[in-house]
Ligand binder design. Sequence first.
Ligand SMILES: [Zn+2]
Length: 166
Amino acid sequence: MTKKKAEPLFKLRKSRISGRGVFAARKIRKGTRIIEYQGERISTAEGDSRYDDDQGEQAHVLLFTVDKKTVIDGGVNSNEARYINHSCDPNCEAIEENKRIFIEAIRTIQAGEELCYDYSLHRVEDDEGDIEKRYPCRCGSAHCRGTLLEPKKSKKRKRKSAKKKS
Ligand SMILES: [Zn+2]
């Protein structure tokens, strides 16, 4: 008896967001683990030296930060996950589990939709003023932040609450 091979969940296609993208080949249910972000595991320092920030965004965004010390270089020994584009209003999210990264559907995705997750590139203290422009977002969503960088951490200042005297 021959078993029919399950249809693949996704396929690569040209994306209107950026370059090639990954698209649902059939309906994907919320919570489905779609693919692991694979690549060579290297130190953060090694990642920084491999990809000079000034060379542009394409190289840099291949690095997936696992933790403070480790990044996954999606440019080496990678899989289709590297083609998943960023969106500020994504249908997937990246889940870390035992230092591995998996892309999962956060809602039901219809066949033909482009898969995307929020890259939320880490900001570092010595980021220059134009850093957001160097990593522009063109996701086109209504809530677009305009950048692939993570939202700015709002400095929580303790507000002196004016005590109301009753
Ligand atoms: Zn956006």
